[in-house]
Write a protein that binds this ligand. Structure first.
Ligand SMILES: [Fe+2]
Ligand SMILES: [Fe+2]
Length: 266
């Protein structure tokens, strides 16, 4: 905005938004466009929604400062968000990622699949591409399930093991042997992007689904996919820019020798 030649920078509405632990869960849900989505994985029941966030978190054994930072990231994804998470302990970060995986597997993926099924069931004869879109989503879902399983079975247990080794100590030669077999570097090298394929499916739906015939169904499906893409971007940021660098650093510190660490992790 220009006032008499003076350029005044106005931050976006979302950039100005803030979340406070003193506010109730119900109030926080109304403060941001994505706040209900961000809170969905923490399932604050009716018993807790009218309690301040810090109290509700204490009752559920959650870190309320972490939740506030997550809420802000959901609203301000266009700005660099990773730095503020580096101070949180590994178990808090892994807990967020695990809860998010459950949300995807039990709610987000089935909801999108159901919407696609409705569209295919009603309109496949007018628009045969819908069957191809259904097949594309099925493949995407299977790949995401494998992706999640790999992280749950391999990388997250590794991350917690490294955290434990660093804080409680343990046999260094056993730790070094484990790192030779699998380290954060190995995970990072093979960690795929999960958003791009879904963005292509979204494009195909916009192009081929008969929105003039069933506008509300079409709108719901696009909105479900866009919300999911937004969630996936934050998920990827927490994995790639927060958890991986943190575990690399802990691996190195737990080894206590930078040269040894570089040799064993290639
Ligand atoms: Fe993940
Ligand atoms: Fe991932």
């Amino acid at each position: 905005m220009n006032f008499g030649g003076l350029i005044v920078y106005l931050p976006s509405l979302f950039q100005m938004m803030y979340f406070n632990q003193k506010h109730t869960v119900a109030e926080i849900s109304k403060r941001g466009l994505y706040a209900p989505l961000a809170l969905q994985r923490y399932s604050f029941g009716s018993r807790l929604v009218n309690k301040p966030l810090e109290v509700a978190c204490r009752i559920k054994g959650l870190n309320s400062r972490f939740l506030v930072d997550i809420l802000e990231s959901f609203e301000n994804l266009e700005y660099d968000q990773a730095g503020k998470f580096s101070s949180f302990p590994t178990p808090v970060i892994v807990d967020y990622l695990r809860r998010t995986h459950q949300l995807y597997l039990l709610k987000k993926l089935p909801e999108i699949e159901q919407s696609i099924n409705h569209l295919v069931f009603g309109y496949q004869y007018h628009q045969p591409y819908l069957v191809a879109i259904k097949a594309l989503f099925k493949r995407y879902k299977q790949n995401l399930e494998i992706h999640i399983q790999e992280e749950e079975k391999k990388f997250f247990p590794h991350a917690l093991y490294v955290y434990d080794q660093y804080h409680r100590g343990g046999c260094l030669s056993k730790f070094s042997k484990k790192l030779q077999k699998y380290s954060a570097n190995d995970f990072a090298e093979h960690h795929d992007d999960t958003e791009t394929e879904l963005m292509l499916i979204r494009k195909a739906i916009i192009k081929y689904a008969p929105k003039e015939v069933e506008e509300s169904l079409h709108r719901v499906l696009i909105s479900q996919i866009e919300t999911f893409i937004h969630d996936l971007k934050i998920h990827a940021m927490i994995e790639d820019e927060v958890l991986v660098p943190k575990i690399k650093e802990l691996e190195q510190k737990a080894m206590g020798n930078q040269l040894n660490y570089k040799l064993i992790t290639k």
